[in-house]
Design a protein around this ligand. Structure first.
Ligand code: NAP
Ligand code: ZN
Length: 346
């Protein structure tokens, strides 16, 4: 099946209209007519070559929401017409200890990313900046009623990537959580941590988005460009979630943790970060990373968001504005997720 798409032809090149082939619907596959695809900073890292060479042309997009258009004969958990979502992975071995444990994202043979990955049939995956996608039913999520489809799309990456560490590190009543960077991931972290009952502080480069941050659910908002911020907040937080797409001063953020606190990095900059281990030793602190979340956990996150009436704050754009959106994301000028209306691809 030939479908319309938007692809990066080579590293660092602007995305352009194209068409790609989608496989025939297999016995356990779902054909999804995509309605919305979010633009994640990871799409930009990938096409700009920040994370190494890629199998160009690349159709990015791993925040996909659409309607089930066709199902294979073995599919039981999705029906034609259902509103569904696809996140950052479309396959994994299903048999290793991590997959069996619901951590498919850490599959020991490597999960299959939604784009620029090699699928288990040997083909290169292509993502959601397209009108249709065929995905194994086990990697297709149900989007609960009550979340606007465009606002639901970013939950499939930004939502789960922040929900997972917030849950794992115990964000909840009585806990103080700081979110570094108020972009796509950051604004979801604020909403979700607030819904979990934690006290939430935003640490942003400036106070430009302070009003938004407080409206989204933060109790406090500080500018990291002001050195007094680090003195004032020293030792305050149980958990700091770093969503920044660039390098940060890790020691400065570790100093904001109380004893036994954790700094969890979800931001994935191109360059390595360094730290002084004394920042950990001097407070039994943890520095950790976290990648998206498993399939069951992603469904749990979608259900949690529906229950708490949480969606992303989105700016819906036509496909021909993708390159402009990339520039704005790189300039930290996003409020708070660009989402492509895939009807504009045809
Ligand atoms: P985004 O929308 O661009 O948000 C990043 C935010 O970081 C910006 O809005 C800005 O917030 C802050 N920032 C940007 N450049 C900065 C700099 N030079 N110094 C300090 N702060 C800066 O990006 P995103 O889509 O949320 O993604 C964030 C990062 O997470 C990316 O690296 C992405 O690849 C990664 N990611 C990881 C996972 C995972 O599984 N671990 C999943 C998805 C994405 P302020 O303006 O408020 O300072
Ligand atoms: Zn993403």
């Amino acid at each position: 099946m030939r479908v319309d798409a938007y692809a990066a032809p080579a590293a660092g090149q602007p995305l352009a209209r194209t068409s790609i082939e989608r496989r025939a619907v297999g016995p356990n596959d779902v054909l999804i007519a995509i309605e919305y695809a979010g633009i994640c900073h990871s799409d930009i890292h990938t096409v700009n070559g920040d994370w190494g060479p890629q199998p160009f042309p690349v159709v990015p997009g791993h925040e996909i929401v659409g309607l089930v258009a066709e199902i294979g004969p073995d599919v039981t958990r999705h029906r034609i017409g259902d509103l569904v979502g696809v996140g950052c992975m479309v396959n994994s071995c299903g048999e290793c200890a991590n997959c069996r444990n619901g951590d498919e994202q850490y599959c020991s043979t490597g999960m299959v990313p939604t784009y620029a990955g090699t699928d288990r049939d040997g083909t290169i995956t292509q993502g959601g900046y397209s009108t249709h996608v065929v995905v194994d039913a086990d990697y297709v999520l149900r989007v609960p009623a009550g979340i606007d489809p465009a606002a639901a799309a970013p939950l499939l990456c930004a939502g789960i990537t922040t929900y997972s560490p917030l849950r794992r590190w115990g964000a909840g009543p009585g806990k103080r959580v700081a979110v570094v960077g108020l972009g796509g991931l950051g604004h979801m972290a604020v909403k979700i941590a607030d819904a979990m009952g934690a006290g939430v502080t935003v640490l942003s480069q400036s106070l430009k988005k302070q009003e938004d941050g407080l409206r989204l659910g933060a109790d406090d908002y500080f500018a990291t460009s002001d050195p007094d911020t680090f003195t004032e907040l020293a030792g305050r937080f149980d958990l700091v979630v770093n969503t920044v797409s660039a390098g940060i001063d890790v020691d400065a953020y570790l100093s904001l943790l109380r004893v036994d606190g954790a700094l969890v990095n979800v931001g994935a900059p191109a360059e390595p970060l360094s730290l002084n281990v004394m920042s950990l030793i001097g407070g039994r602190r943890t520095y950790a990373g976290s990648m998206i979340g498993g399939i069951t956990e992603t469904q749990e996150m979608l259900d949690f968001c529906a229950q708490h009436h949480i969606g992303a704050e989105v700016e819906v754009i036509a496909a021909d504005r993708v390159n402009e959106a990339y520039e704005r994301v790189l300039a930290s000028d996003v409020r708070y997720r660009f989402v492509i209306d895939t009807a504009t691809l045809t």
